[in-house]
Design a protein around this ligand. Sequence first.
Ligand code: AMP
Ligand code: MG
Length: 434
Amino acid sequence: MKEIPVSITPKPITSINVKQGGCDEKSLLSGLLTLEQARTKMLESITPITETVNVATMESYGYVLAEDIHSPVDVPNYKNSAMDGYAIKASDIPKTGSKPFKLVGTSWAGKPFDGKVNSNECIRIMTGAKLSDDTDTVIMQEHIEKEADNITISTGHKAEQNVRYAGEDIKKGALVLSRGKLIKAAEMGLIASLGFAKVKVVRKLKISFFSTGDELRGVGETLEDGQIFDSNRYTIFGMLQKLNVQINDMGVIPDDREKIETAFLTAADQSDVIITSGGVSVGDADYVKETLEKLGQINFWKLAMKPGKPLAFGKVKEAIFLGLPGNPVSVMATYYQLGLPAIQHLSGNQNYTQVIAKALTTEPFYKRPGRLDFQRAIFSYDNNGELVVKGVGMQASHILSGMSLANCFAIIPAESGTVNAGETIEIQPFDGLS
Ligand code: AMP
Ligand code: MG
């Protein structure tokens, strides 16, 4: 096997910094749009939401910050001990041998010692407790000897060791978090550490979704000949669970001109984003396209990606419309590659990234040149610590079990044919697709 370093590089998904698979002339000539072109067009046409709300810091997970946050304080806001130990004056550290110190008090976290510390005296101090002004060095408790109130400290300690200084983490007035930042666990803690009980964020997006098609039946119903269970709505609902959005499940809409039109208009009035699956292929004999052409400004794209060739994108009234293909794997692939960046952009998230890593193939990935391929695959580390990847078997776009077996997409560039075992390819771990 070749020695290939594994790099895990977050790739920002923005309208300028999106690169995958290349934009080849051939795709353009055959009327197909590359993923990159589609994503750029999408992001350029979406204006991020600017309406804001104030939420309690404890409720802020998953929201996007709507304001810059500057620190009103120094963090930490006082000089404190990094260890459980004994605080002394640096000038008292023995140059050779050891010497006795007199214990004159204790500084607890939250209950500082307010007395005076003279030369050759020390105070007991806990981690995070305030250092009195006349001490500047902490000796770890494991490094002293103690007999009643007599402490013996030996040579070998550095002046000002084990001390955390005021403002060492964040200086008063410093920019701590920028507008457009998605709030996760670390940000929640950081905001709280500055003392903010509330934070100004972009309001939650409202996303409606439904399936259309006469062949679709709901779970619990009995299937008749030629009918299938509607699974895409469950997949879409599952993928949306990862976002901090208000989800509106509108069920299955039968292939009926009026019902479809009503569904779109209701969804547009209630939501920022409408997601549907199916009914957007060229030549589909249903009313979805007809209705959309009548109601909105919709592009029907043929994408040079696999799975996921047909895709509709545009607006119904003020709502962004995303018409995903019908095949179950195509639904997930197009949602991750296009839907998610679009939703993140609309929500004002300015730092959305998708993780791409490089891995060695342990078996061939079969492909014909032409479209950018997102094959379902499993990555792991081999015995040499190399990141390796193999496929999950059948790659057809209706095989949803493959998505469940897989932990990543294997990304095979548009112009590439079959990739042999031992070559390096890019992979996109599903866990990075939140
Ligand atoms: P379409 O793009 O509508 O022609 O659909 C392509 C394929 O996806 C067909 O086999 C459909 O039956 C299937 N499909 C469409 N919608 C769904 C759905 N909601 N759940 C499961 N399969 C679907
Ligand atoms: Mg259909």
